[in-house]
Design a protein around this ligand. Structure first.
Ligand code: SF4
Length: 60
């Protein structure tokens, strides 16, 4: 699994990624999803990235 990141400039804080992988994503007080870990036991991170409405999640 590659590296996952969130583009803070485009993330709208919808929380979808956090719902899918709370161990990886956390929408914090600034309204942006932050990365807490690089792997998710619940979902494929590439699929989570595809669900982001503003394509802010990158998995390399
Ligand atoms: S799904 Fe996308 S827009 Fe929504 S909180 Fe996660 S990174 Fe941000």
């Amino acid at each position: 699994m590659g590296k996952v990141s969130v583009d803070a400039a485009t993330c709208v804080g919808c929380g979808l990624c956090e719902q899918s992988c709370p161990e990886v994503f956390e929408v914090q007080g600034d309204g942006i999803a932050h990365i807490k870990a690089q792997s998710c036991s619940l979902h494929n991170l590439k699929e989570v990235a595809e669900q982001c409405p503003v394509t802010s999640i990158k998995v390399s």
